[in-house]
Design a protein around this ligand. Sequence first.
Ligand code: KG4
Ligand code: ZN
Length: 333
Amino acid sequence: MLILGIETSCDETGVALYDADTRELHHALHSQTAMHDEYGGVVPELASRDHIRRVLPLVRHVLKAAQGDLKHVDAIAYTRGPGLAGALLVGASIAESLAYALAKPALGVHHLEAHLLSPLLANPAPNFPFIALLVSGGHTQLLRADNVGRYQLLGETVDDAAGEAFDKAAKLLGLPYPGGPALAALALDGDRERFKLPRPMAKSGDFNFSFSGLKTAMHHLLKQNSAASQADIAASFQEAIVDVLVTKSLAALRDSGLEDLVIAGGVGANARLRQRLAASKARIYFPPLEFCTDNGAMIAFAAALRLKAGVGNEDSGLSFSVRPRWEFEQGNL
Ligand code: KG4
Ligand code: ZN
């Protein structure tokens, strides 16, 4: 079964061709970060227009690299949501048009489910059931995954997402967008014990998070210590976020009685988070580094797993819709 996957939910155009029988995977990505950098964040209209320019050349590129042909594709998957409405519509309409022309099914995939399943692309891969920490620019959630399509939300952020907190703190430090990787790079040379920032909700007794207060704490820290090393500030900030993520994830794992903890989403690329979790006794799984941030491979892969499990949400006829706000909730997706 050959799946073409298209991701256009935010500022990355990702395309992939995944063969579910051989596990052969070809993918290509165009990141718009340089384009949005001068505005300090994603400009939705620019994002949509750039996706339009990029999707089909990327499809051609991936097909060529895979020596594949659209005729042999069995299904076309795209990100239905959550994400920027205009950006989602680009991927959806191109995927639906291709599917219609080829008389093949089109599948709208939940972006967070794709992130959550992406560690299964790694070798060794986790086994169901597992606990998953989903940490992206827009979401911070702890979930229990019992099978493909069967997820239970254990807790989530009550305000900012972890990636968003990284991005906002990076902005305060004058670092380029997206801030997470830049702040993590700066933190490498810093002393993480130099400043003690709050660990919000670390002892709340549930699996929820809160990161908006950290931004305020960071703001005060910068004002009061204008001469302090930027690297020390970045390292101390990163440590506070990582500390909370690690504490809560391990607590959720203990509480569930399960053994496998999966980390997915852009912040999963953070080296300090990986280092701290590796030092714990739990069995931890990450997606391959290139599939932590947004990509087309996770969309094709999630669609393949859903089809195999018989839970594919295929579109019917010419009607389709995107879901810019799509809860990833308790129960079946
Ligand atoms: O999953 P993702 O690519 O997009 C969303 O679905 O949101 O995640 C992007 C987020 C951004 O906030 C970015 O700053 C953060 O992931 N990020 C990182 C790192 N790499 C990406 N945060 C901390 N450390 C990193 N190395
Ligand atoms: Zn994402």
